[in-house]
Design a protein around this ligand. Structure first.
Ligand code: R1P
Ligand code: MN
Ligand code: MN
Length: 395
């Protein structure tokens, strides 16, 4: 068993612009050409991110998109580059799977931006499983707005609030007490196979609390029921080779709980950061730790909140510093992202972007432009494990 360990950390939605196919992805009918999550936040307010800047964050942004990011321009001392996605989707599963060596070979199913958004057979099955006469919303919506608009009707009728977005998702919002959390999770789990058969990426449970508009609030008990990855990922390969794998946060849900020895969950990214730093101290030789930090995306990107996103980035940079401090000789930590979610952009959806690839532990190295799958291939090479079907190591 090699001594070295690997940590792969996905900063959900922290894109750096420059995707060559951004013109084929849209927000509110406008192409994503020019979207740049980190670049535009840094231009709105200079960011203090000394740890990731030292690895090469500013240089990675410049490489990906040509944009100068105030405050992030330190001379790179780590491994640095930018990665481009090939999967035809700008959502979480596509991004994570491709990073893990399994790009998406199929076209995702999307629901149209019509009312109703869902076909009658899906609505009928939802009603049958929920035991209700109907569903609420049945449209494209932002999750915080949809509970404001339909929360009262939901409490009155007991009908689940069902909505979608430009992503391949069906989301169900329901009240934790009036509808019941377990009942919501069971509903999502039961409807998921029908939707996965249609190549829909995820069914997402969105529990909330509160008694009236202005008070409704989503809780941390969100659960994603995702379609299984199309081929073996780095988690599958590591586990089949007898290695221990640690999944932090949403990684379990995203990979359909495949290839995961230990799952570490929390109510917030602050909880997840404690898991990450603890594993920095404790993770076993030869193990793989794979983490997702979702709050950038969920709380600030979709909400188009630039100051909130900036504060989250600065907080996360301190977490990165704490992890880097506990790396042992030979360890590798890679910080990357799964897609963009530019808070300065139109709409409320993800943006098609390149992502940063920043590595700590192996000294200074410019890797240039790589593919998402090259990240997984490199992690496997570092751990002396077989390469996934896709990707080439940049180590
Ligand atoms: O507006 P909320 O409910 O946060 O939804 C967002 O969350 C989904 C999953 O990331 C995306 O598809 C987007 O629609
Ligand atoms: Mn994501
Ligand atoms: Mn999202």
């Amino acid at each position: 068993m090699p001594d070295k360990r690997a940590f792969l950390i996905v900063m959900d939605s922290v894109g750096i612009g420059g995707a060559p196919d951004a013109d084929r992805f849209f927000n509110d009918g406008k192409p994503d050409t020019g979207a740049n999550t980190l670049g535009h936040i840094a231009q709105a307010q200079p960011l203090r991110m000394p740890n990731l800047a030292r690895l090469g964050l500013g240089a990675a942004i410049r490489l990906a998109s040509g944009l100068e990011a105030p405050g992030l321009g330190a001379a790179p001392q780590g491994l640095w580059g930018a990665a481009t996605e090939m999967s035809k989707g700008k959502d979480t599963p596509s991004g994570h799977w491709e990073i893990a060596g399994a790009p998406v070979p199929w076209e995702w199913h999307y629901f149209p931006k019509t009312i109703p958004a869902f076909p009658p057979e899906v609505t009928a099955r939802l009603c049958e499983l929920a035991g209700t006469e109907g569903i609420l919303a049945n449209c494209h919506a932002s999750g915080t707005q949809v509970i404001e608009d339909f929360g009262e009707a939901h409490i009155r009728t007991g009908w689940p609030i069902c909505y979608t977005s430009v992503d391949s998702v069906l989301q169900i919002a329901a009240h934790e007490k009036h509808f019941g959390l377990d009942r919501l999770l069971a509903l999502c789990q039961s409807i998921a196979p029908m939707l996965h058969d249609m190549r829909l990426g995820r069914v997402i449970a969105r529990p909330f609390i509160g008694e009236r508009p202005g008070e409704f609030k989503r809780t941390p008990n969100r659960r994603d029921f995702a379609i299984a990855p199309p081929s073996d990922t780095i988690l599958d390969i590591a586990e089949k080779s007898g290695r221990l794998t640690h999944a932090i946060g949403k990684i379990g849900d995203i990979f359909s709980h495949r290839g995961i020895t230990h799952l570490h969950k929390g109510k917030s990214d602050a909880d997840l950061s404690d898991h990450l730093v603890r594993l920095g101290h404790e993770a076993e030789s030869g193990s793989l730790t794979f983490a997702n930090f979702v709050e950038f995306d969920m709380n600030f990107g979709h909400r188009r909140d630039i100051p909130g996103y900036a504060a989250q980035l600065e907080w996360f940079d301190r977490v990165a510093g704490r992890l880097i401090d506990c790396l042992r000789p030979g360890d590798l930590a890679i910080f990357t992202a799964d897609h963009g979610n530019d808070p300065s952009w139109s709409g409320t959806d993800h943006t098609r972007e390149r992502v940063p690839v920043l590595g700590a532990g192996l000294g200074q190295k410019a890797i240039g432009q790589v593919g998402f799958s090259d990240i997984g291939a490199s992690v496997m090479a570092h751990l002396d494990l077989p390469a996934p079907q896709h990707g080439r190591s940049f180590l």
